[in-house]
Design a protein around this ligand. Sequence first.
Ligand code: BES
Ligand code: MN
Ligand code: ZN
Length: 503
Amino acid sequence: MEFKIKTGELANQKTPCLVLGVFESRKLSGPGEAIDKASEGHLTKVLRRGDLDGETGRLLMLYDVPGVNSDRVLLVGCGKRKELDRTAYRKAVAAAVGLLNETQTVEALCTLPELAPDGLGLYGAVRETATTTLDKVYRYDQTRREDKKAPKHPLKRLNLWVSKKQDRGTVERAVRHGAAIGRGVALAKDLGNLPGNICTPAYLAERALAQQHQNLQVQILEEQEMEALGMGALLSVSRGSRQPAKLIILDYRGGEEGAKPIVLVGKGLTFDAGGISLKPSEAMDEMKFDMCGGASVLGTLLAAADLGLPVNLIGVVPSSENLPDGDANKPGDIVTSMSGQTIEILNTDAEGRLILCDALTYCERFSPAVVIDLATLTGACVVALGKHASGLFAPEDELAEELLEAGDTAGDRAWRMPLWEDYQQQLDSNFADMANIGGRDAGAITAACFLSRYTKKYPWAHLDIAGTAWLSGKEKGATGRPVPLLTQFLLRRSGELAESGTE
Ligand code: BES
Ligand code: MN
Ligand code: ZN
């Protein structure tokens, strides 16, 4: 997908399709008014017939509009002017792009960012247009027959029209940021959507290695090396699988030498059957998405490297399967983690925290500025927050606020949950330093409490993305979340948004 910026007289623009926003009660937007004038009231006339009421996402394609150079004009309902927030704006852009893509319109000129959606500003609106467009034209095709890979002529170029020439710099930056986020999201989706028989720990490691370039070094630790490091918790999970575990480490050096790195740790569990504590079979296929945290680490590193962000950034992805087997973990087994703390495994399906705790201990060697882990960790988090927000856990308020804000700004929200000491006792064990489950109550919180015992040596935050990393039902598929939140966090931390007019 290519985005180009256009300015100048709108009616004179030569394009296969001009996209215009229309508000409820047939109110035209700025660009719409200009076209209405050039066509001597053609739009007003059409709208008066009542074919488009302006409801968000409704569409009306017009041909042969007099006085304009464009082959077609696509009217897009944007709802009430006062209610045009990010959600409505996204819906309008997605509807327009969906139609252009389906009708095999290869190129179009979009004026929607000029509608100035509430709270976004021009930078935000343009960036949102880019990410929503990429999101909408995304297709998973890797395991489909060649001739089933549709459409043949998808939307390839979305030109963005802006009224003021002097905004060019802001808009270019917004496109650059939006496109990088979109690419990172697409990578995370691709990896997430792949089935467990293809996307194994070794496959994830290969894909990480393929990302390697001058500023991005990739290292893969094998089971033997993990053994030497004492990663007894991680290795206990992979013992029940024929696929060897991998610890994937990506090291991007964009910042100053010696500047402390930001470390992202992503759960890369390529299939979670639950192990001996076997899951029920209903929707178990969705447990191929249990590596979405790892996929988002790769996606975010791709976006950061794409943008050449001036930060040092490390990605760590512990990757394994969780299957029942004669050699698998059994309820009651006790393992020793890399930290030296012992863990009684009361439920083998609580495996995410077992592979994460060793990866988190491993992170100490980087003297990190901050460690953020992302994991499809608990069904309880889905019960609490549904599919709308990721669960955020962080002992420090300042870091929590920073991440919440990043999520708000990127339209990829998180919601903070408590990490109070009161919950820790639920992890008490009669036989080990801790149990790997904390009972029925507050499952998402006790999982975070478990991780907190391995992250004492650096500032840390945990994102439970069990509800946000993929959609179910007819829309089944990975979402690429929280790549937008994390990239926004990095853009902010690296000072890339400090220039005026970018937020
Ligand atoms: N990967 C799952 C969490 C999950 C479940 C994510 C459903 C999305 C949808 C995780 O490994 C798991 O099985 N967690 C258990 C923990 C429990 C045994 C304490 C869960 O949530 O049921
Ligand atoms: Mn599990
Ligand atoms: Zn899992």
